[in-house]
Design a protein around this ligand. Structure first.
Ligand SMILES: C[S@@+](CC[C@H](N)C(=O)[O-])C[C@H]1O[C@@H](n2cnc3c(N)ncnc32)[C@H](O)[C@@H]1O
Length: 218
């Protein structure tokens, strides 16, 4: 697997799994920076974008406790699938008994779905935990139907961009054990999505440290 960070000695997938297994039971109600604060902002932004759009099937990669799927399913009935690395997060999501929703344990770079299955794929505050971001984007492209949309909302480096994204990720990967390894920013993620075959619909910085990009599969 290609590693785009500078710390090759850490297993970021394992660290993410352990970190979020530990958070799962209190994730929703703990509205602070290291828990669901940014997730709630990104989920609301994705929810708003989808408010006047129709779809039959939606996959949420890195769904956590199903905060987004729960909101969406209350407003709009469709086939919802949530995938997450953390079995404890999936346990919390499943316990919500959301009608029409299914939850699976899995990894962003090996999505256990056939090609062209989903109208919409979402990813809220999970992408910066993926060691192989190109593979994660290619997997989304593969499972999206032609004309389907990908909504990626994630933590950006904000004004620390001046340090350079590599320096920023060097600090994350060396001094934290939370599995964060690929924090990006709006224009870089747009470039990465284009390079991996997506067409960009729109992109915006929704706060200093959170950006959202909407992309489509031609
Ligand atoms: C900050 S939480 C966000 C959860 C939810 N999307 C939200 O916005 O509330 C990040 C989630 O991504 C999951 N995750 C991290 N790395 C992953 C990977 N490689 N594949 C699938 N899920 C991953 C974690 O287990 C965690 O549940």
């Amino acid at each position: 697997m290609k590693k785009t960070n500078l710390s090759k000695d850490k297993d970021f997938v394992k660290l993410s799994e352990e970190w979020f297994d530990g958070q799962a039971k209190v994730y929703d109600e703990t509205d602070t920076l290291l828990y669901s604060k940014y997730g709630k902002i990104s989920c609301k932004n994705i929810f708003d974008y989808l408010s006047d759009r129709k779809y039959e099937s939606l996959l949420d990669v890195g769904c956590g406790t199903a905060y987004l799927i729960e909101m969406l399913s209350k407003r709009y009935p469709a086939k919802y699938v949530g995938l997450d690395l953390s079995s404890e997060m999936i346990k919390q999501a499943s316990a919500k008994n959301i009608a029409g929703a299914e939850f699976v344990i899995g990894k962003s770079d090996e999505l256990p779905f056939e090609d062209n299955m989903f109208d919409v794929v979402t990813c809220s505050q999970s992408f910066h935990h993926y060691p192989d971001t190109d593979k994660a984007m290619q997997e989304v492209l593969r499972v999206l139907k032609p004309g389907g949309i990908y909504i990626l909302s994630d933590t950006g480096v904000g004004f620390f961009k001046m340090l350079g994204v590599k320096v920023d990720n060097f600090i994350y990967t060396h001094f934290s054990n939370t599995g964060d390894c690929n924090v990006s920013y709006l224009n870089k993620s747009i470039r990465d999505l284009k390079r991996n075959g997506f067409e960009i619909v729109q992109g915006e910085n929704i706060t200093t440290f959170i950006y959202t990009v909407v992309a489509t599969k031609k």
